[in-house]
Design a protein around this ligand. Structure first.
Ligand SMILES: Cc1cc2nc3c(=O)[nH]c(=O)nc-3n(C[C@H](O)[C@H](O)[C@H](O)COP(=O)(O)OP(=O)(O)OC[C@H]3O[C@@H](n4cnc5c(N)ncnc54)[C@H](O)[C@@H]3O)c2cc1C
Length: 429
């Protein structure tokens, strides 16, 4: 007999228990959304770096997801879209504001451990398309903060951070995404303008974004010849086409961008030629932290849903959870998740230390953990699917979505092969 499977977190999502957040203040000093208990049914064994502020932030994000995302996850993904006002709600809570000064609508501080909490909870929501579309702006605001003019920050950055406008980072090209130092899109100076020619593809948030940070070659070979440009979606010579029929992330828009003599004012070059390298590398480090935390959340959701199903489902007259083969799967998933969780928390702490002390980012660890994270999510999605049996194979189930969405985590933001190469290089070998 088929047992309909409704995960606990989906059932309780309709009824989050509201209570005011004592410490965490959202943007503008307002007390943010009401808190609810974390929807995660298993928790990390320890949070050695936790503070009341981080706990309050975590509760706020959990309440936001429980109220605004979880009840709609499946419907939005099937529809291939979600309402824009979710961007504005997330923006109003300050979720896009880490590392961004308050005068541009940001939080005025950064905290890698809060980024970790947000990433884990978004991954746990089990709808990668929402996560990708909301947070694609997070990989393009860093270079704007570092390199854009005051005017550009007051217009573009403020709009993007508030959630009123979308932003996307456009680096990958049809000729390749791993070898970014070899990108082909060109920009040439013509009077007080830059003219950009080329194509970018696989750009998350690309159909709806109002602003793009685009890498284009202005000089010689290698990354030193690449500059970054801020391109508005209404720039002359710019157009975009939607990439449809993705394996996962159905409700996120993904685009190919066309630059046919695309004109932007001279001041839209961000920094000097080659200056992009540092800005973009720092950006990639934060992206890898978020992607790793997202994988951790996805893995934990798979574990939790598998445990719940194994407790409900009976085979041969006994609950599945009593079977040793199933218990061993749960032990293996749990061990991998806990060790990944500890590793990410430690790396997030090191990022904070590096930022505060002016030291280098733990780039090798970020590269290593990204591989560990996508591998852990892949393992847990597969094991959870096996425990759920046929029920896991049906659409409308978080494990089914996560199973399809783990692969992009092993490719985007630096593939597993490129991350391993980078890690070993960063280790000085
Ligand atoms: C859904 C989705 C969303 C994305 N969003 C964005 C975005 O917002 N912005 C953006 O700029 N890009 C985005 N990307 C692109 C992504 O970053 C690239 O797909 C990724 O960097 C890999 O590039 P590629 O697909 O061109 O593969 P390639 O670079 O062609 O590589 C193909 C395979 O070969 C492996 N490989 C490459 N070189 C080596 C080597 N030297 N040794 C061993 N193996 C190697 C790679 O790891 C990969 O597995 C997105 C991709 C997807 C699928």
């Amino acid at each position: 007999m088929t047992v309909p499977f409704v995960p606990q977190s989906d059932r309780s999502a309709h009824n989050p228990s509201p209570r005011p957040s004592p410490l965490w203040k959202g943007r503008g000093g307002r007390v943010a959304l009401s808190e609810s208990e974390s929807p995660m049914r298993t928790q990390p064994p320890a949070r050695p770096f936790d503070t009341p502020e981080r706990a309050a932030f975590r509760d706020m994000v959990a309440a936001f997801i429980g109220k605004e995302i979880a009840p709609h996850a499946d419907a939005w993904d099937e529809a291939g879209d979600f309402p824009w006002d979710l961007h504005e709600k997330a923006g109003a809570l300050g979720l896009f504001g880490f590392g961004i000064p308050e005068e541009y609508g940001g939080l005025g501080f950064d905290d890698a451990l809060m980024r970790y909490d947000s990433g884990v909870l978004m991954g746990y929501a089990g709808v990668g398309g929402v996560n990708a579309s909301l947070f694609s702006r997070g990989i393009m605001t860093g270079p704007i903060v570092q390199l854009a003019s005051e005017d550009q920050k007051r217009t573009a950055l403020t709009e993007i951070v508030s959630g009123r406008a979308g932003g996307a980072l456009a680096m990958t090209e049809p000729s390749g995404g791993s070898d970014l130092a070899n990108l082909k899109t060109k920009a040439r100076k013509a009077g007080d303008k830059w003219i950009i020619d080329g194509e970018k593809t696989f750009i998350t948030g690309g159909m709806k974004a109002s602003w793009y940070v685009v890498g284009a070659r202005t000089g010689g070979d290698g990354f030193g010849g690449v500059s970054l440009f801020l391109v508005p979606s209404d720039a002359p010579g710019f157009s975009r086409t939607s990439i449809e029929r993705k394996m996962g992330w159905w409700c996120s828009d993904t685009a190919t961008l066309h630059f046919d003599g695309c004109e932007v004012p001279a001041e839209n070059q961000l920094g000097q030629e080659g200056a992009c390298l540092l800005a973009i590398m720092d950006n990639f480090n934060y992206e890898r932290l978020s992607l790793s935390a997202g994988c951790l959340g996805m893995a934990r959701r798979c574990l939790d849903d598998a445990i719940e199903y194994a407790q409900q489902r009976e085979t041969f007259g006994r609950p599945l959870i009593t079977r040793q083969a199933i218990r061993h799967k749960i032990a293996d998933m749990s061990a991998k998740i806990d060790s990944l969780d500890a590793y990410i928390q430690m790396i997030a702490w090191r990022i904070n230390e590096a930022r505060d002390g002016g030291g280098p980012m733990p780039a090798a660890e970020l590269a290593k953990v990204k591989v560990l994270a996508s591998k852990t999510a892949e393992f847990c999605a597969s094991e959870a699917m096996q425990i759920l049996g046929g029920a896991g194979y049906l659409r409308g189930c978080a494990v089914e979505r996560i199973y399809r969405e783990v692969k992009v985590m092993a490719i985007g933001g630096g593939s597993e092969e490129i991350m391993r190469d980078l890690a070993v290089k960063q280790m000085g070998l």
